[in-house]
Design a protein around this ligand. Structure first.
Ligand code: SF4
Ligand code: SF4
Length: 180
């Protein structure tokens, strides 16, 4: 494994508790502009991140394949849905269709490109989901992704600086003061 990615696991594990606590607090009092802030942080991070030099998500985790994904990709590969499913996919413990093996079968490990990029699963197109609407619903997944995706790790670190827990406490206190 790449040295930076090896370090990432350790860095992410070191702040896992802190991140869980942070998001638990953020869930209780979610700033109205959270999605806007996340979009900004996501865009800024991906201006400097070149996924083709990383590919760690494709190497270590599987996307979920929806029925639509399976139909689209099978058609692209000129395979029957049943044959595609039998050859590449299995059902995980949460009943989602996922890849049988990692790295992803469709990853070209020479340059981290995707053989089926134009028809890739929706979950791949949206990964790492840090600019998704209602981001607050994806915080558990985001904490997990900090161990896989260096960009996600950095986005969460930036978010904690941008919206510190301290300011959440202040917001809570001032709203109580107003009521009394
Ligand atoms: S389908 Fe493509 S983008 Fe998705 S995990 Fe596989 S190689 Fe990566
Ligand atoms: S793990 Fe993150 S930074 Fe690496 S290729 Fe995937 S999305 Fe890009």
């Amino acid at each position: 494994m790449d040295k930076d990615l090896e370090n990432l696991q350790k860095l992410a594990q070191d702040v896992e508790k802190e991140n869980k606590k942070y998001f638990a607090t953020l869930k209780k009092r979610t700033p109205k502009n959270l999605d806007v802030v996340m979009q900004e942080l996501h865009d800024k991070e991906f201006e400097r991140t070149d996924c083709l030099t990383c590919g760690n998500c494709c190497k270590t985790t599987s996307p979920i394949f929806t029925d639509k994904d399976i139909e689209r990709i099978s058609k692209h590969l000129r395979m029957k849905v049943r044959d595609f499913t039998n050859q590449y996919l299995e059902r995980d413990s949460d009943d989602f269709m996922v890849l049988k093996s990692a790295p992803c079968t469709f990853l070209d490990e020479r340059d981290n490109t995707c053989f089926i990029y134009d028809v890739r699963p929706k979950a791949c197109a949206e990964y790492p989901h840090t600019n998704r609407r209602k981001f607050i619903q994806l915080t558990d997944l985001t904490v997990k992704n900090t161990e896989v995706c260096p960009a996600t790790y950095r986005i969460v670190e930036e978010l904690k600086k941008r919206i510190p827990l301290q300011s959440n406490k202040k917001v809570r206190r001032s709203s109580r003061e107003k009521k009394s």
